[in-house]
Write a new protein. Structure first.
Length: 332
């Protein structure tokens, strides 16, 4: 266990360095900078030149990169060019919203994906199998943005069951502690705020979780069907165990081993989908802030957001790999 852990810990800074370097270069290849975006408020070319010099945008690219790496080594992500607020402060304020959305969507993806996969494998070649596979294929094929818009049209506009934006209704009396609204409402016992936060989470979570559950369900079905043809499964059946007991007590445990590794990749996919879903639902998370910063050419905010998202992705994959090696002695 120690060697894989050390390998993962060594790879994390390398991956983050490569990701941040590519982000640094790519965003500067986009025509224009933050001063060009603000050109309407800074019509004088001398003012624009002074602002570029103040923000360090007039320096050569290698000098900007050296300054960026120097600040990164000291744990400084810079200051937002548009708001003047430190990037670390902005990320700390938006991080809980994105994590809350991704974790709840991940739970929905895991429960629904595993459930559909087990039903499809247990009722192989029956109408339940075809129905489960159809739902899984539909969820796998439908893009996030289209599904999010359809959820808004149905549940927010037509049925008026759920709000379409934000994390909490303005009339709710709530004072966050950690900025994880579900956790804070439970800690403080503010149940009206808890249910209102769940209502605001419902549509973004459905948009992310249902589309991700399709791929997971197909994987669970395939691995479970393969496991059901193993010798020890035939032995369990020969002992007189019921079909459901064989699946839940023997086959499912081994069939879920590849799924553990897949969940790490799925979590990263949810973070990628959050870029679209947070923008559609005006969810005040890191992804929406990152999209706004790209349009504003706010380089420090884009770089800081990408670093944080990449770190979450790498750590999620590392955790899933380590958990797989802990659960499965063959990997160890």
């Amino acid at each position: 266990m120690l060697v894989p852990l050390l390998r993962r810990l060594i790879s994390v800074p390398v991956v983050l360095w490569a990701t941040t370097t590519l982000t640094f270069l790519i965003i500067r290849l986009v025509p224009g900078d933050a001063v060009d975006v603000l050109a309407a408020t800074l019509p004088d070319p001398r003012q624009q030149a002074a602002v570029r010099a103040q923000w360090g945008l007039a320096h050569p690219l290698w000098a900007q990169y050296a300054t960026f790496l120097g600040g990164l080594v000291h744990g400084e992500l810079g200051v937002s060019l548009t708001s003047g607020v430190p990037v670390g402060t902005l990320l700390a304020g938006r991080f809980p919203a994105t994590i809350e959305l991704a974790v709840v969507a991940m739970l929905l993806t895991a429960l629904l994906g595993v459930g559909l996969g087990v039903v499809a494998a247990a009722a192989h070649n029956s109408w339940l199998d075809y129905a489960s596979r159809g739902l899984a294929l539909l969820g796998f094929a439908v893009p996030w943005f289209w599904f999010a818009l359809m959820l808004i049209v149905l549940f927010a506009v037509q049925l008026r069951w759920a709000p379409v934006s934000g994390r909490l209704s303005p009339q709710i009396d709530f004072h966050p502690i950690t900025n994880f609204y579900l956790v804070d409402t439970v800690i403080t016992g503010n149940w009206p705020a808890f249910w209102d936060a769940l209502r605001h989470l419902a549509l973004p979570v459905l948009a992310l979780g249902l589309t991700g559950a399709g791929f997971l369900a197909r994987t669970v079905r395939a691995t479970l069907l393969e496991t059901l043809h193993q010798d020890y499964i035939r032995t369990a059946r020969a002992k007189g165990l019921r079909h459901g007991a064989v699946i839940l007590r023997h086959a499912l445990r081994n069939a879920l081993l590849p799924v553990i590794a897949l969940l790490g990749v799925q979590f990263g996919s949810l973070l990628g989908g959050a870029l679209i879903v947070e923008s559609i639902f005006a969810w005040p998370g890191i992804a929406k802030m990152l999209v706004d910063a790209v349009f504003a050419r706010d380089y420090p905010v884009v770089q800081g957001g990408v670093i944080l998202i990449a770190a979450m992705f790498v750590l999620a994959n590392a955790a899933s790999d380590l958990l797989s090696s802990y659960v499965d002695p063959r990997i160890r």
